[in-house]
Design a protein around this ligand. Structure first.
Ligand code: PLP
Length: 429
């Protein structure tokens, strides 16, 4: 029986392998490359799902984890002090941009958002939350309730009262003749209308990804969150930035995605890249909000010694090697290369740093083209390049490689992508 058949025999039916019948089993990795069970090597332009942020088998990180395991301290509990956890919390508080910040560790992005929602709703004594259509925040009851993307939100029951805001998608705005400032005005009007009409009382918070990840790397105009904030402040509503995909310098211009918006959130949630593959997430936020939940609410495994050791090594590496600067430099090589291509099926090339999306459309129609997207995805893989898929209509190729990607590797991947797009474009005629 193949591994895929065995997977199907033991997993719930709602847990398919996301990348389908030809899903790869990755067995090894080094730098920006992985090897599958059949011995084929791939350049990884998706880094897991933006998870392997520094790269595979990076000595500084592997050594830190081995050293922690070697101490025998897999003693996981929040009853006692964990040096690695305290040090990591101090560093994250320092880089967060939030004055007098507190940090709470979890094992994942889902739990981080779940916790942020818990803090915000408890402080405000309200279970009303504003969320953005096409956003993704996780896989638990509350995080799924604020996920506005039908194929990722498998529960229609909600423990929260959620009020939806339109996604300020710049591509669709442009197609409708709207400038960035028109889009911001429309988004603010939308927020005001939702607050005036459908919310029944005080709203606890607004949760938003600075760039929607699963939603297809869709970003509103710079300044959008700042414009929202002005309205939120009139009502005391908290701002929660989900930086699970956008944090740690990935966007090149900034360390956090929120910094493009001229605003500092009350709470920031993080996960994925900070563990570089080890289970680590958390919330960093204003003390007043973070202290809204009684101390007894801790997470046994959150910030455990091994994951925290990984987190410390990752953050030190990101800062000491200026991976934000690398994301900006190498990201612009990729972005310029992709923007210089001229194929009818490419509706838009967008991105920031090493977070780049390619949206495919049926030429001349403005209609999403998931078929061409899948073809490009398959051709990339056949050519030895792993990329991600996404978007509300399944028509976006997502590029989110480790932030250590070199210019040579960027050009190598660009050549494979270009061939794949050229073939899919020719076939679409
Ligand atoms: N928030 C965002 C923006 C994400 O992209 C994800 C995962 O894709 C999550 C939250 C959930 O994180 P996790 O899968 O670690 O629970």
């Amino acid at each position: 029986m193949s591994l895929l058949d065995r997977h199907r025999a033991v997993m719930p039916t709602w847990m398919p392998v996301y990348y389908g019948d030809d899903a790869l089993e990755i067995v090894a990795g080094s730098g920006r490359r992985v090897t599958d069970a059949a011995g084929r090597s791939y350049l990884d332009f998706f880094g897991g799902v933006l998870t392997t942020m520094v790269g595979y088998d990076i000595a500084e990180i592997s050594d830190a984890v081995r050293a922690q395991v070697g101490t025998g301290v897999a003693h996981t509990s929040t009853l006692y002090l964990i040096r690695q956890q305290v040090e990591l919390a101090e560093k994250i508080a320092r880089v967060s941009g939030i004055p007098d910040a507190r940090v709470f560790f979890t094992n994942s992005g889902t739990e981080a958002n779940e916790s942020a929602l818990l803090f915000a709703t408890n402080l405000r004594r309200s279970n009303q939350i504003l969320a953005i259509k096409n956003g993704y925040h996780g896989r638990t009851f509350a995080t799924m309730a604020v996920t506005g993307h039908r194929s990722w939100s498998s529960s229609s029951l909600s423990p929260l009262t959620v009020h939806w805001l339109a996604s300020a998608d710049r591509l669709r705005g442009r197609m409708a003749g709207l400038s960035d400032s028109d889009l911001i005005d429309a988004a603010v009007d939308d927020l005001r209308e939702v607050l005036a009409t459908v919310s029944a009382g005080d709203v606890a918070g607004l949760i938003a990804e600075p760039i929607q990840g699963v939603g297809g790397f869709v970003a509103g105009p710079d300044g959008l969150l700042g414009a929202y904030r002005k309205v939120l402040a009139e009502h005391g509503i908290l701002l929660i930035a989900d930086e699970v995909q956008t944090g740690w310098g990935r966007t090149g211009d900034h360390f956090w995605g929120y910094q493009a918006h001229g605003v500092t959130p009350d709470l920031i949630t993080f996960a994925k890249g900070i563990g570089n593959g080890f289970a680590l997430g958390g919330v960093v936020g204003r003390a007043e909000v973070m202290n809204a939940v009684p101390a007894i609410s801790f997470s046994t495994f959150g910030g455990n010694p091994v994951s925290a050791a990984a987190g410390n090594a990752v953050l030190d590496y990101v800062l000491s090697h200026d991976l934000q600067g690398n994301a900006k430099r190498v990201g612009s090589v990729l972005l310029e290369g992709l923007r210089s291509l001229s194929y009818d099926i490419v509706g838009e090339v967008r991105g920031r740093g090493l977070m780049i999306g390619l949206e495919f459309m049926r030429p001349g129609t403005g209609e999403p083209d998931p078929v061409a997207t899948l073809r490009v995805f398959d051709l990339c893989r056949a050519g030895g390049l792993l990329v991600g898929k996404g978007g509300l209509y399944g028509n976006v190729i997502r590029i989110g490689p480790p932030l250590t990607l070199t210019e040579d590797e960027a050009r190598e991947g660009l050549a494979i992508l270009t061939d794949a797009i050229a073939t899919a474009d020719a076939e679409s005629r």
